[in-house]
Design a protein around this ligand. Structure first.
Ligand code: GDP
Ligand code: ZN
Length: 316
């Protein structure tokens, strides 16, 4: 259909110079931003991102200008470099991040999971843990997986067990993603591409990645895209977004990104308690009483120590 004059839509692709917008009435419109377009408070090499809801003003030739960006509920950014203050918005308005993990082949560490969860909390993005490759697990590994799933369910994260290879449980993933904007994350080799191919039988992911990753004139860092699911909804498919990159938080803030530690910390005697040595620390008490898992507390300490060394905390 031919686009109407003023339209609203969703940014589904960003090549660095053009934004592809799917309008609410189903048109695909190639759009640009005006030269001096700046988003309040954010200095970015690319102020518009996939997932942004925008208002378009039509040009005569079928392209459009982005006139306005709706307020975002969240967004993920990456610093362009350590030297410049510029940052790059990778995606906006994420409804959920799926963290694909595997108990074996390869094993995802709980440290990695906890770092990812903490950074997702900082970005206010809900996470669902997807345990993949269940078809490969022996009985012991099955039991271990159940234990890990119980741990994270207790903390407050929904967990799914699937096999992207056999298709077991993939319907649960479909139901979860329907009508939402989602990010698929996880270490390399856990089965993200296999899962996406299962969800989008028409997508040939590998081919797509190669065609833009090796396009010489194009900075891969500014390229991002969302793939539309047959059931409705979008999966962000951007090379390099596996986690949330680096972020910097105060030691006293960190505990608020560990759901259960945060709950117990409300009972600490000091409100700037770091939960490491302080008298009257309700977190240490809860740890001692086994209400907080050792592995979670250890991950908390690891992230706390990163800060002491003056490093950025890394999501993974
Ligand atoms: P990615 O790096 O996360 O995108 O991982 P891939 O999707 O490329 O998968 C890595 C390897 O694991 C490939 O050889 C897949 O065929 C295999 N794989 C992915 N999911 C499963 C699964 O559920 N079961 C089994 N047995 N193999 C899987
Ligand atoms: Zn404390």
């Amino acid at each position: 259909p031919r686009p109407k004059h003023n339209m609203q839509g969703l940014v589904i692709k960003n090549t660095g110079s053009w934004y592809t917008v799917k309008t609410d009435d189903g048109c695909i419109v190639e759009s640009k931003i005006k030269g001096n377009f700046r988003l309040k408070g954010i200095r970015s090499t690319s102020p518009v991102a996939v997932g942004d809801r925008v208002q378009l003003v039509n040009n005569q030739d079928g392209t459009a200008f982005i006139a306005e960006i709706e307020d975002r509920k969240n967004y993920i950014i990456r610093k362009s470099s350590n030297l410049s203050k510029q940052s790059h918005i990778l995606a906006a308005n994420l409804d959920v991040a799926l963290l694909v993990v595997t108990v074996n082949h390869p094993q995802t560490s709980t440290t990695f999971i906890d770092r990812f969860l903490a950074s997702a909390e900082a970005y206010r993005i809900p996470v669902v843990l997807v345990f993949n490759k269940t078809d490969l697990l022996n009985e012991d590994e099955m039991r271990y997986q159940q234990m890990v799933m119980n741990l994270y369910e207790t903390v407050g994260y929904h967990c799914l067990a699937i096999s992207a290879e056999t298709g077991a449980g993939v319907d649960d993933v479909r139901a979860l993603l329907k009508g939402r904007i989602s990010l698929l994350s996880g270490n390399s080799g856990v089965g993200k591409s296999t899962l996406i191919n299962k969800l989008l039988p028409t997508a040939n992911l590998k081919t797509a990645e190669i065609s833009y990753a090796h396009n010489a004139g194009m900075h891969t860092t500014t390229f991002s895209e969302m793939l539309e699911l047959p059931e409705g909804g979008w999966v962000i498919d951007t090379p390099g977004i596996k986690g949330f990159g680096t972020f910097d938080i105060e030691p006293t803030e960190l505990s608020s990104y560990f759901k259960e530690i945060f709950e117990f910390s409300k009972g600490c005697r000091f409100n700037n308690c770091t939960h490491t040595h302080e008298p009257g620390c309700a977190v240490l008490q809860a740890l001692n009483d086994h209400y907080i898992a050792q592995s979670r507390y250890q991950s908390y300490l690891n992230m706390l120590e990163d800060k002491d060394e003056g490093k950025y905390r890394e999501a993974y």
